[in-house]
Structures are given as structure tokens and as C-alpha cells.
Design a protein around this ligand. Structure first.
Ligand code: GTB
Length: 223
């Protein structure tokens, strides 16, 4: 089996590992799978060749070549992580009920926690010059705080959402990391500690270092 992950040639995240290839890289590392990287520019991302991999002209895209079956091409970071978690040990419990609960947390990360987090990032990045910016940002911060408080109440003193680390934690932490630098995580110490705990995992470090090396090489390339 060989895997190719398509990622930004020049990530706008400044090497902070905030783009959506990061949860996929992390899942690949947790599962112990080797992969190659294909880079795309912002222009190439919108061309027909890449849109065959991701119809929305975005990263990530994932291709898995297997000897016994036609290549599998996937987009959507959550779907890719779920595919890896289902097909390789290490990211989901084996027992059906704990497995279903871990999958539930992947969806909770993407459909309940992520919307206010992303809306806040977009407002902070692109709406700074609007007269209503401060008021809107305060509203969005409040929405994020509500989700973080609810998550902290669930987590309590536990290390992970469902006892042992799963793909649900991987996806939740990937979403929460988009708050880094906003000061919002620090207001919820148990959530900040949860994110830090996940970032200490060797698989996370390998994934982070790989995307940083790519970012640094692109930044330092002549021309
Ligand atoms: N739902 C899809 C998924 O999860 O795979 C969303 C994919 C997506 O948003 N991809 C973005 C993209 O390709 C990159 S990750 N954008 C280019 C385009 O649409 O033309 C989002 C992202 C971008 C930048 C930062 N950053 O600078 O910190 C963080 C996250």
C-alpha cells in the first residue's frame, strides 16, 4: 500500500500546523503508516487535475494505492481520519460501543465545536477593518467560551474524552489548536492542558515536524 497526501506548497499558517493536512498527518503517524506528500500551489489547487482529487479545490487530498483494489481517493480531513481509524489499529477501540462513542467525538469536533472556532478565526483575520468588528468578535468569543466550558465539564479530570486516546481526541485537539494565540484556551486550563497533552504525543510531534520542515523549505527556497 502506498499513500500520497496533497498539502499546501506554501501554507498560510506560518508553519503552525493549523491547516487541515495536520490531522491527517497526525492520524497517519498514530497508525504508523508511511506516506508521501504532493504539494499544490493556490493556482494548481483550483485546476481540474487537483479538483479530481478534491472537487472544492482545497487541501487535503488523500490517495491510497493498494495491490488488490483500485486506488482510493478521499478529501475531507474528517473522512480521511475516519477511514484511517477504521482500517488500521491504534485510533479506535475494537469494541463496538466504545468505537461508536469515539466516532461520535469526531463528529462533535467537526460539527459542534468547530463552527464557532472557525467563525472566530475568520472574523479575527478578515473583518478587522469593519466598524462592528469588536462587537462581533466579543459575541464569537462568547460562543467559543460556551463550547470550551461544556467540553471542560465533560472532560473533568480525565486525560482524554473517552478514557483512552482515540481519533475523537485527535480531531477535537486539531480543532481546538485553531484557537492558539487567541487567549481563549488559556481561560479554560483543563482544555489548554488537554491540548498540550495531545501535542506531546510522539505521533503529533512527528506530524508537526514534517509540516514545519516543508513550510521552512518552501519559505527558504530561492526565488
Ligand atoms: N472541510 C474541509 C476539510 O476538513 O478537509 C476543509 C478543507 C479546507 O478548508 N482547506 C483549506 C484550503 O484548501 C486549507 S485548511 N483552502 C484553500 C482554498 O479554499 O482556496 C484551512 C486553513 C487555512 C489556513 C490556516 N491558517 O493560515 O492558519 C488554517 C486553516
Amino acid at each position: 500500500m502506498s499513500i500520497i497526501l496533497t498539502v499546501f506548497a506554501n501554507s498560510p499558517d506560518g508553519g503552525r500546523g493549523l491547516a487541515r493536512d495536520m490531522p491527517v498527518r497526525w492520524a497517519l503517524e498514530e497508525a504508523g503508516l508511511a506516506y508521501a506528500v504532493r504539494t499544490v500551489s493556490f493556482t494548481a489547487m483550483k485546476q481540474a487535475e487537483h479538483r479530481r482529487r478534491n472537487p472544492f479545490g482545497q487541501i487535503p487530498a488523500f490517495e491510497e494505492t493498494r495491490p488488490e483494489a483500485p486506488p482510493l481517493v478521499l478529501f475531507e480531513s474528517g473522512a480521511i481520519v475516519l477511514h484511517l481509524a477504521h482500517s488500521h489499529p491504534g485510533l479506535l477501540p475494537d469494541a463496538p460501543d466504545p468505537r461508536a462513542r469515539a466516532v461520535m467525538w469526531i463528529f462533535a469536533a467537526l460539527s459542534t465545536v468547530e463552527p464557532p472556532v472557525v467563525e472566530r478565526s475568520m472574523a479575527a483575520l478578515f473583518e478587522q477593518d469593519r466598524p462592528w468588528h469588536a462587537e462581533r468578535l466579543a459575541t464569537l468569543h462568547e460562543r467559543v467560551h460556551i463550547r470550551l466550558s461544556e467540553l471542560a465539564a465533560w472532560l473533568g479530570d480525565e486525560d482524554w474524552l473517552e478514557g483512552a486516546f482515540t481519533a475523537g481526541d485527535l480531531m477535537m485537539v486539531s480543532v481546538l489548536r485553531r484557537l492558539s494565540g487567541s487567549g481563549l484556551l488559556e481561560a479554560h486550563p483543563s482544555i489548554a492542558a488537554y491540548v498540550a497533552r495531545a501535542e506531546e504525543r510522539p505521533a503529533f510531534r512527528r506530524a508537526f515536524d514534517a509540516q514545519l520542515a516543508l513550510f521552512t523549505a518552501a519559505r527558504d527556497a530561492p526565488g
